[in-house]
Design a protein around this ligand. Structure first.
Ligand code: 8GT
Length: 131
């Protein structure tokens, strides 16, 4: 089975991280995620992340470090979820694919109903506690 490459941002504003809840009608509807989306062919991970954040949230960020990559097998698809640490710059927060957003403290991440692929990323963030 092909693997879908998905890039997401761990977007920091001071000591909080942005979580977004996927609209009910989408795949994994109702789950919270780190915003981002699929990497198009011939697109760099950074360009894909900037494009998705602009399209989905009208948001600008500064992309910093590669944080972690997770391979996760869902029922119908395998995804490679590539997470980058980002610094929030500004956003209009016009919600297209989500119906709620929240800025969350590192230690509260696991109290949200996270997309399964995101759980190991949240656990690593909590373990590192460097932010
Ligand atoms: N953006 C994002 N997607 C994630 C995360 N975790 C996770 O499992 N995914 C999954 O990775 C895929 C990302 O695609 P996408 O967000 O661009 O979704 P899409 O609207 O293009 O496609 P769709 O038809 O699957 O809804 C989705 O299937 C989504 O459920 C995450 O933290 N961020």
């Amino acid at each position: 089975m092909d693997t879908v490459r998905v890039v997401c941002g761990i977007i920091f504003k001071e000591d909080k991280i942005l979580l977004c809840r996927r609209k009910a009608e989408k795949s994994l509807g109702g789950y919270w995620e780190f915003p981002g989306g699929k990497v198009e062919p011939d697109e760099s991970e950074g360009d894909a992340l900037k494009r998705e954040l602009r399209e989905e949230l009208s948001m600008q960020v500064e992309i910093n470090n590669h944080f972690k990559t997770i391979t996760h097998q869902y029922e119908n698809v395998q995804i490679e979820l590539i997470a980058y640490g980002c610094k929030f710059i500004q956003a209009d927060f016009v919600l297209i694919d989500h119906n709620e957003i929240q800025w969350v403290k590192n230690t509260d991440l696991l109290s949200f109903n996270l997309a399964p692929a995101d759980v190991p990323i949240a656990k690593t963030l909590i373990a590192k506690r460097k932010y």
